[in-house]
Design a binder for this molecule. Structure first.
Ligand SMILES: [Zn+2]
Length: 153
């Protein structure tokens, strides 16, 4: 009796399960898995294009961060007034400085090369939180500032 009932229920359950499987988008977990699989296939088919696009996006992101920083920090060297391409973000708070980062964006394919982290490699949240610890110095004033610092050590 009990067995009979169970076996008659199984086909119904299977039908329901199959129906759910056909619309994976309603279940967030399944949707995630589906998208992951889809994206991985997409990546394999369009690898070069995907890489090229991500490089462009990173460049755009760096540009946007640089423009934002320049605007926030007054756009010129606070020491000599220079306005040009050779402006650096000087860290007044060294604890915030993270000079060594990971291999840049994985493009060096695990070569183990580490790079000096530029300010535009910092995440937006970090920049916004720590903008008050940064000031603009031109390349020359920046170098002089740190040279003096070394002399005084
Ligand atoms: Zn300067």
């Amino acid at each position: 009796m009990c067995l009979k009932m169970t076996s008659s229920l199984i086909p119904t359950l299977q039908k329901i399960t199959l129906k759910v499987n056909r619309v994976p988008f309603k279940d967030p977990e399944k949707r995630k898995a589906y998208q992951k699989k889809y994206q991985s296939k997409y990546y394999q088919r369009n690898r070069e294009e995907v890489i090229a696009r991500s490089v462009t996006n990173k460049k755009k992101l760096r540009k946007a961060k640089r423009a934002w920083l320049l605007e926030q920090l007054g756009g010129k060297c606070i020491s000599c007034g220079y306005e040009g391409a050779n402006l650096h973000c000087h860290h007044t708070d060294k604890s915030y400085k993270r000079p060594w980062g990971d291999v840049r964006g994985g493009t060096q394919g695990g070569s183990g090369i580490r790079f000096q982290r530029g300010i535009t490699d910092y995440p937006w949240e970090d920049l916004k939180k720590k903008i008050h610890t940064l000031e603009l110095l031109c390349g020359n004033c920046h170098m002089e500032h740190h040279a003096e610092e070394r002399e005084n050590e």
